[in-house]
Design a protein. Structure first.
Length: 257
């Protein structure tokens, strides 16, 4: 019973808090503009654009969607397994771990970190990149999930973790190409690329290609590693083995399973 309430509390957090973080930044970027962008974000549309170009916002929305659908499922029990199952949880957890690693490593090695220069961005960043990833990692290992063989997971399901990144990168690339090819007349715009590491004009195309490839490899490695670790955790909580039965009865038992 206690675990049921705990799971419910996790789903509530994943649903409400990441979305509130996005809205906190969206609203206060308009009311109290970020000095990095001057007064651009006083235009609410520009503030939305400023939110949409960052991977952390996309990960927050993925976490919100996961929490909301599973929260609904607790009450309705009618969500498909690809939403409530282990693979989707692994995907969301891997994305949050990726955000945690990228942001906190950058915070340690650089004094110029996007989203850490106003009070509301600091609150958003701490909750979005530190607190929520740690909570979802805890959630992933607190509750037992089905055991999926690591080789099977890598071959059959690891691609599932690339979808979110692929859509995000396609959006960023399409936006950058359109802004560079068809720049607005007599109007300042945000940088075409959200991060210098993704800007070929700064680091060159080879490094951008390597960086994008590293993102895809990294998310697959994270997801596969999480699945492996969860298998170790869940194998220790399995029920005791079924006593040996005569061959005929054992075959029947296995078929029923």
């Amino acid at each position: 019973m206690k675990k049921s309430y705990l799971k419910y509390a996790f789903y509530v957090w994943f649903t409400i808090v990441p979305l509130l973080c996005v809205f906190l930044d969206l609203i206060f970027s308009t009311i109290q503009p970020d000095p990095q962008y001057g007064d651009y974000t006083t235009n609410f549309d520009f503030s939305i654009i400023n939110q949409s170009i960052y991977l952390s916002v996309w990960i927050s929305l993925a976490t919100f969607t996961y929490g909301l659908l599973n929260w609904i499922n607790i009450h309705t029990k009618n969500m498909p397994s690809w939403i409530t199952g282990k693979n989707n949880l692994t995907r969301v957890t891997a994305l949050n771990v990726l955000a945690f690693i990228l942001y906190n490593v950058t915070l340690l090695v650089s004094s110029n970190v996007v989203g850490f220069n106003t009070w509301y961005k600091i609150i958003k960043s701490v909750i979005e990149h530190m607190v929520t990833p740690l909570l979802i990692i805890g959630f992933y290992f607190i509750f037992a999930t089905p055991i999926i063989n690591s080789k099977d997971y890598f071959k059959k399901y690891s691609w599932y973790n690339m979808i979110h990144l692929a859509i995000y990168l396609f959006y960023v690339l399409l936006r950058a190409v359109m802004l560079i090819s068809f720049p607005p007349q007599n109007q300042e715009v945000f940088t075409p690329f959200p991060y210098e590491q993704l800007d070929p004009r700064v680091v060159g195309y080879p490094l951008v290609i390597l960086g994008v490839g590293a993102l895809f490899v990294g998310i697959i490695a994270l997801a596969t590693g999480l699945n492996y670790l969860s298998n170790l955790r869940n194998s220790r909580t399995r029920q005791p083995a079924v006593p040996r039965k005569p061959k005929k009865l054992l075959n029947n038992y296995e078929e029923e399973d």
